[in-house]
Design a binder for this molecule. Structure first.
Ligand code: PPS
Length: 289
């Protein structure tokens, strides 16, 4: 399925038609979650692939065999993408690990009453914006986004694919501390203390790890290992869909890279939009090392 220039508008949010159809999006909203499922939810470019890898490794007690032989999109398929039903027929990992970029309000009815464990990953939105901008340059299924200044305006308005970062993060994390089946974790936590993040996830999933298993997880999901792993660095995707000459999926993997892109003026604009949209939200973000 090519549909590289098609966008699907669904509940006011645009989704790349190369990956989604109206049917696949509709099906996602009615998905019968099982108690044993693990759902990784995130806004794009927030550490989704990293969490997919981390969860795979935790479930396999640090054994990298699956991570080195099965692509991440087959180990933890995206609920809303059109190939999801075919991948779910014979899951490569048990329990089933499912990924989603959908906003909370669309999935809430399907999740309600289920005891599915949800891991919500967020990242400081200045770094998300820069990472997403670079991804638009290499991914042929995303629309032309112009200059960074133009992209930033769209990002701040929530007029990019997958919708508003602000709404996504606020809605998924609202009341997170009172929901025992939701673990909220940040890209920055993973970056600053990967072993601690692995322990947090393994304890949430009730999959305790021995010390050597924990070390193996950390070894195989650090940036350098993942950058070289064809099963997660998207180099298996043909160049006409993701052009690796225009950038790498595993690009920099740093906290605070936005400082190399934002102008002073863009920083101020961002700050005022952030303050107004995140008013009353208790979340705190780490903007740099
Ligand atoms: S996507 O397209 O939504 O699935 O993208 P996502 O995986 O959420 O985000 C991609 C960014 O995550 C970085 N990444 C990592 N950083 C540090 N360590 C590890 N192991 C790691 N794995 C992925 C990746 O490099 C992208 O960020 P940028 O800032 O562009 O480098």
């Amino acid at each position: 399925m090519e549909r590289l220039n098609v966008m699907e508008m669904f509940h006011g949010i645009s989704f790349p038609g190369h990956l989604h159809t109206q049917d696949s999006l509709q099906l996602a909203l009615k998905f019968p979650f099982q108690e044993s499922d693990i759902l990784i939810a995130s806004y794009p470019k927030s550490g989704t692939t990293w969490m997919q890898e981390l969860v795979s490794l935790v479930l396999n007690r640090g054994d990298p065999h699956l991570s080195h032989t099965v692509p991440n999109w087959a180990r933890a398929p995206w609920l809303e993408q059109h190939y999801f039903p075919s991948l779910l027929k014979s899951p490569s990992v048990t329990p089933r690990v499912i990924t989603t970029h959908l906003p909370f309000h669309l999935l809430a009815p399907a999740l309600q009453g289920s005891k599915t464990k949800v891991v919500y990953v967020s990242r400081n939105p200045r770094d998300v914006a820069v990472s997403f901008f670079h991804f638009h340059k290499m991914a042929a299924f995303l629309p032309e986004c112009g200059t960074f200044a133009e992209f930033l305006d769209q990002f701040l308005e929530g007029a990019v694919c997958y919708g508003s970062w602000f709404d996504h993060v606020k809605d998924w994390t609202r009341g997170a501390d009172t929901q025992s089946n939701l673990l909220q974790i940040t890209y920055e936590e993973m970056s600053r203390d990967l072993r601690g993040a692995i322990q947090k996830v393994s304890s949430f999933l009730r999959r305790p790890l021995a010390e050597d298993e924990l070390s193996s997880c950390a070894k195989h999901c650090n940036f350098d290992s993942m950058k070289d792993n064809r099963m997660v660095n998207y180099s298996l995707i043909p160049a006409e869909i993701m052009d690796h000459n225009k950038g790498a999926f595993m690009r920099k993997g740093k906290i605070g890279d936005w400082k190399n892109t934002f102008t002073e003026e863009q920083d101020q604009l961002f700050d005022s939009v952030f303050r107004s949209k995140m008013k009353g939200c208790a979340l705190e973000f780490v903007w740099g090392d």
